[in-house]
Design a protein around this ligand. Structure first.
Ligand SMILES: *Cc1c(COP(=O)(O)O)cnc(C)c1O
Length: 415
């Protein structure tokens, strides 16, 4: 008799987006004429850059001719893209990588979710709270998170990030053998839109090196950093190649949420001691895993990704990021004018706002929906420490963003 991987039954229902959808549907039913503006979801709205479209067309045409047709590609990606990534995203920051350390993928969600395939079931986990749900759920599926009670998994350590600690997670208290094995960090952060300074990131690398932890660093929003000296990559910190894997995505950088492409850095210096005493490079094991379970990102998509590193591509991608960051500024200013405390939105496309005193996340969500017909995301949906906060995204159109803020001001400043 076949049995199920019952860890999947332990997964908590993702109530967040289901609940939001229900509330929006109920509101729509009661107010069919309302023009609802969605500032909740994390998808982009601007089209792909012209340089990307041009590269796609060219790569498609290549497929029509026997001489340039491409079938199966290398599982870890084409070297033209690996090299473009190294030359543009790492070399200018003083980080040396070789193509074998760059694994091209179909997006960061796949690799952040799959990477722990190659790590033992008994590893313990550390996350910040609030958090992008994939990190925890993928570990639940693997049976690594333990049991769920009162909003938390018992084999996961949570570090609350809130206004009280300036959204800077505290290092784990446990040291040595008790230290968490796997540490998930995501900066710039989704959902809070906050960043980690170089000095703070140095503490994490030091901790991981001293205590033998591996940092799984999600840099999906790296391209949104505007402030000088905020690290774009954890490898800007000396020693990080010995303790960190880094995930990147073209989804938010260049609007690839539908096209699908990203990459993961697994440094050759990163090793783990197997039970037989052998020192194993995670790079070789991840390569083995990918060659077995993944057949590579489509050639045409990798050509599209490489186009964002051309001079025109870079300029066009930058313009779109500036567009979203202008939305973020418009939102920040309007919210502040209304007396709301806002975080994020300066180095990330997310704004994390404090709900008015005594008003919970869901309550304020409902008020925004009822009063100004704006859909947000209740912070508590990303973890218990998100209670009392709301996430807004800057990925909307300028028109919607301005309209939403006008409605907000009319509502909140009406007297
Ligand atoms: C959007 C996002 C990603 C990127 O996911 P893709 O699979 O590349 O589209 C990764 N991490 C976080 C935290 C995100 O918000």
């Amino acid at each position: 008799m076949p049995t199920l991987n019952e860890n999947f039954l332990k997964l908590q229902k993702n109530y967040l987006f289901v609940d939001i959808a229900h509330r929006v549907a109920a509101f729509k039913e009661a107010h069919p004429e309302a023009n609802i503006i969605r500032l909740g979801i994390g998808d982009v709205t601007q089209p792909l850059a012209p340089a990307v479209i041009e590269a796609l067309h060219k790569a498609v045409d290549e497929q029509a001719v026997a001489e340039t047709f491409r079938g199966y590609g290398p599982e870890h990606g084409y070297d033209f893209l690996q090299k473009a990534i190294i030359e543009n995203d790492f070399a200018p920051r003083g980080i040396d990588l070789v193509p074998d350390e760059v694994f091209i993928n179909d997006g960061a969600k796949s690799d952040t979710g799959n990477f722990t395939d190659i790590l033992g079931r008994d590893n313990t986990i550390f996350v910040t709270d609030p958090i992008y749900p994939v990190y925890i759920d993928s570990n639940v599926m693997a049976g690594r998170a333990g049991e769920f009670a009162e909003g938390r998994w018992d084999r996961v350590t949570y570090s609350a990030c809130n206004a009280e600690n300036n959204f800077t997670p505290a290092l784990p208290e446990a040291k040595g053998a008790d230290a968490p094995d796997l540490i998930y960090l995501c900066y710039p952060n989704n959902p809070t839109g906050t960043t980690l300074s170089r000095a703070e990131l140095e503490k994490w690398v030091k901790y991981a090196l001293e205590n033998g932890s591996i940092i799984l660093y999600d840099a999906a929003y790296e391209a949104y950093i505007q402030t000088e000296d905020i690290p774009h990559s954890i490898y800007e910190i000396p020693g990080a190649k010995k303790c960190a894997v880094e995930f990147h995505s073209f989804s938010k950088t260049a609007g690839f949420t539908g096209l699908r492409c990203g990459y993961t850095i697994v440094p050759l210096e990163l090793t783990i001691k197997a039970s037989n005493g052998e020192e194993v490079t995670l790079n070789s094991v991840w390569n083995r895993r990918q060659c077995t379970k993944f057949n590579g990102t489509p050639y045409i998509v990798q050509r599209a990704a490489a186009a964002i590193y051309t001079p025109e591509g870079k300029k066009q991608v930058r313009e779109t990021i500036d567009y979203y960051m202008t939305n973020a500024r418009i939102m920040r200013e309007a919210l502040q004018e209304c007396g709301i405390t806002v975080y994020g939105g300066t180095d990330a496309p997310y704004i994390w706002l404090k709900t008015p005193a005594g008003v919970g996340s869901w309550e304020f969500f409902q008020q925004l929906l009822d009063e100004i017909h704006v859909v947000s995301t209740p912070g508590v949906g990303f973890g218990p420490a998100g209670e009392g906060y709301i996430r807004l995204t800057a990925f909307g159109t300028r028109e919607n963003c301005v309209e939403a803020m006008d409605r907000l001001k009319k509502w909140m400043l009406k007297d």
